[in-house]
Design a protein around this ligand. Structure first.
Ligand code: G16
Length: 544
C-alpha cells in the first residue's frame, strides 16, 4: 500500500537512536529532547490511526511540562479532551520502540487489533510549548500525520489545556465552545465577569494577583487573555520568559516541592500570588505573611475551596447532587480529614496522573479532582448540568435559588472540563474568593497542612519499584515496604511512600509527620532505604 511505502521512506528521516527504549509514562513520553524526533513522527502516525478508529479529532501536544528546558515530551489527547486511553498508551510504547524496519508491521498489527478502516478520514490537531526544541519536534509530528494523508491543524504555541479544549470543542461540534484561542478566551472571561460583576465593589488591590508564568507558554497566553478580563482581574506577571529559563527556580513544581516562592517575584506581605507550570496545566497559590513566613496553598487547598463553594451553592439552590473529591497519595492528611470529617464529602484516592483522577471523578454528579501539585479540575455530569440549567430558567424558583443556579451555571462555563487548566483554575479561585469575600489568609486557615517533604532518589532502574494500593505501598523490591513501615512508626502522625516517577528518571519519596524536623528526618531515612534496597546510584542521600 502506498501509505506504508511513504511511512517507510519518511521514517528514515526520523531515525530511532540505537538501543533507546522509552515508555509512555504518567503524561506521555518524556526525555531529553534530542532523543525524541522519531517518537514525534511515530506519534503523528498513531494519532492518525486513533482518529480513524474513533472517527474524531485527536490532539498531539509537544511539551515536557514541568521538566527542565532541555527535555521534551508528547501527550496524546482523546476525543473528549481527556488523556489517551490506556490500551493506546501501550500501542504508543510499542510504536516508539519499534526498530526502523519493523515500524510498518507494528502499525499493521495495531490496525488489525483495532480493526481500523484505513479509508476513513482522519483529523489531528497539534500544539507546542515554548521550549526551543518544540518547533522542530512538532514538525516531526506533522510529518507523521501527513504520511497517512490525514487532515491536520497546527495551533502552534498553546498551553496544554488549550489544546485539550480545542479537541473537545471540535468533537462536540462547538457545543462545548468555539474551537479557537479567541473562543477559549471569550468563553472563560465571559463566565468570570458574569461571576464577579455583582460582587461588592472590590478595590484594585483586591483584584490584583501576582502570577509566576514559569518562563513558559502560560505567561504568553496570560498576556493575550488580559484584555478579555476587562480589569476585573489585575495580573502582575513575573517570569514571563523575556529573560529567565523555563521552570528554572520558578513555576508550580518548584514552588510546591521546594516550599518557597519562585525567584524574581516581588511579593508584599499578604499579597495573593500563584505559579503556573511549564505548560500551564498546574497552579499553586501562596503568600508571605507579615512575619515573612511563606504559606503554600496547593492542589489540596484548591480542591477544598472549590468543593466547599460548590456544596454551599448546591444547598442554596436546593439541588441534591453528590460532590466528591478525588486525590492521590500525595494529598496532605489534613486535607483528607477535613474533606471527610468536616465537609462530609466522598473522598477517593487514585494513582498519580490526571488520567486516573479524571476517570474516577466521572463517576460522580460533580467530581472535583486535584493532585497536591496543583493539577486538576471539576467535572459536571450531564445530570448535574441539566438540573442546574433547568433551575436557572425556572420561573417558579425563588430568587435565592435562581441566583445560586446562575452562579453554578457560570462556574460550569468557567471550568475547563477537558483537563486541569492553570488559567481556568486561577479564574475560578479568584471568582470564589471574590464571591465569598475571602482573603488568601482566610482560605489558608480552612485547615492546617501537616508538615511534609518530597525528595527524589536516583536509582539504576526505577522499574524495580512496583507499588499497590494507589501507590501507597511498595510491593518490590523485597524489604522496602517493611523498612518504610518501621521508619514511619518512629514518628507521630507520620506517613510515607515511594513510587517511580513517570516523567523523570527518579524515584519519588513523600513523607508527612507532626513537625518539619520529624518529616525531614523521616523523608531522609526513607530515601536512604530506597537508595540501599532499590539500587541507588551516585552519592547517598544526605540529611536535610
Ligand atoms: C505530570 C502529570 C501529573 C503528575 C506529574 C508528576 O504533570 O500530568 O498528573 O502528577 O506529571 O508525575 P510523576 O510523579 O509520575 O513524575 P505535568 O505537569 O508534568 O504534565
Amino acid at each position: 500500500m502506498a501509505q506504508f511505502e511513504e511511512v517507510s521512506q519518511k521514517s528514515a528521516l526520523h531515525p530511532k537512536p540505537k538501543g533507546l527504549t522509552l515508555q509512555y509514562g504518567t503524561a506521555g513520553f518524556r526525555t531529553t529532547a534530542k532523543h525524541l524526533d522519531h517518537v514525534m513522527f511515530r506519534m503523528g502516525l498513531l494519532a492518525t490511526l486513533r482518529s480513524k478508529k474513533t472517527k474524531s479529532t485527536i490532539g498531539v501536544m509537544v511539551t515536557a511540562s514541568h521538566n527542565p528546558e532541555e527535555d521534551n515530551g508528547v501527550k496524546l489527547i482523546d476525543p473528549m479532551g481527556e488523556m489517551v486511553t490506556p490500551a493506546w498508551e501501550g500501542y504508543a510504547t510499542e510504536l516508539a520502540n519499534a526498530d526502523q524496519e519493523d515500524l510498518c508491521s507494528v502499525m499493521k498489527d495495531i490496525i488489525g487489533k483495532e480493526a481500523i478502516d484505513m479509508s476513513e478520514a482522519a483529523s489531528v490537531v497539534t500544539g507546542r510549548d515554548t521550549r526551543p526544541s518544540s518547533e522542530n519536534l512538532s514538525r516531526a509530528v506533522l510529518d507523521g500525520v501527513s504520511c497517512l494523508q490525514s487532515h491536520s491543524l497546527d495551533f502552534g504555541l498553546v498551553t496544554t489545556p488549550q489544546l485539550h479544549y480545542m479537541v473537545l470543542c471540535g468533537n462536540t461540534n462547538g457545543c462545548y465552545g468555539t474551537a479557537t484561542i479567541q473562543g477559549y478566551y471569550e468563553k472563560l472571561s465571559k463566565a468570570f465577569i458574569a461571576l464577579t460583576k455583582n460582587v461588592q465593589k472590590r478595590t484594585d488591590d483586591q483584584k490584583r494577583l501576582l502570577v509566576d508564568g514559569a518562563n513558559g507558554i502560560g505567561a504568553l497566553k496570560m498576556k493575550e487573555m488580559e484584555p478579555f478580563l476587562k480589569s476585573e482581574l489585575q495580573v502582575e506577571l513575573f517570569n514571563d520568559g523575556s529573560s529567565g529559563k523555563l521552570n528554572y527556580l520558578c513555576g508550580a513544581d518548584y514552588v510546591k516541592v521546594q516550599q518557597k516562592p519562585p525567584q524574581g517575584m516581588e511579593m508584599r506581605p499578604g499579597q495573593r500570588c500563584c505559579s503556573f507550570d511549564g505548560d500551564a496545566d498546574r497552579i499553586v497559590y501562596y503568600y508571605n505573611d507579615s512575619a515573612g513566613h511563606f504559606h503554600l496553598l496547593d492542589g489540596d487547598k484548591i480542591a477544598t475551596l472549590i468543593s466547599t463553594y460548590l456544596k454551599e451553592l448546591l444547598t442554596q439552590a436546593g439541588l441534591n447532587l453528590q460532590v466528591a473529591v478525588v486525590q492521590t497519595a500525595y494529598a496532605n492528611g489534613s486535607s483528607t480529614q477535613y474533606l471527610e470529617n468536616v465537609m462530609k464529602v466522598t473522598v477517593c484516592c487514585t494513582k498519580t496522573g490526571v488520567k486516573h483522577l479524571h476517570h474516577a471523578a466521572q463517576e460522580f454528579d460533580i467530581g472535583v479532582y486535584f493532585e497536591a501539585n496543583g493539577h486538576g479540575t471539576v467535572l459536571f455530569s450531564k445530570k448535574a448540568e441539566e438540573q442546574i440549567q433547568l433551575l436557572a430558567k425556572d420561573p417558579n424558583a425563588s430568587d435565592d435559588k435562581k441566583h445560586a443556579a446562575k452562579l453554578l451555571e457560570n462556574t460550569v462555563n468557567l471550568i475547563n472540563q477537558a483537563t486541569g487548566d492553570a488559567i481556568s483554575d486561577m479564574l475560578i479561585i479568584e471568582a470564589v474568593l471574590a464571591i465569598r469575600g475571602m482573603t488568601v489568609q482566610d482560605w489558608d486557615t480552612i485547615y492546617t497542612d501537616l508538615p511534609n517533604r518530597q525528595l527524589k532518589v536516583k536509582v539504576a532502574d526505577r522499574r524495580v519499584i512496583d507499588t499497590t494500593d494507589a501507590e501507597r505501598k511498595a510491593v518490590t523490591p523485597a524489604g522496602l515496604q517493611d523498612s518504610i513501615d518501621a521508619l514511619v512508626k518512629k514518628y507521630k502522625q507520620a506517613r510515607a511512600f515511594v513510587r517511580p516517577s513517570g516523567t523523570e528518571d527518579v524515584v519519588r519519596v513523600y513523607a508527612e509527620a507532626d513537625t518539619q524536623e520529624s518529616v525531614d528526618a523521616l523523608a531522609h531515612q526513607v530515601s536512604l532505604a530506597v537508595y540501599r534496597l532499590a539500587g541507588g546510584v551516585g552519592e547517598e542521600p544526605k540529611p536535610l
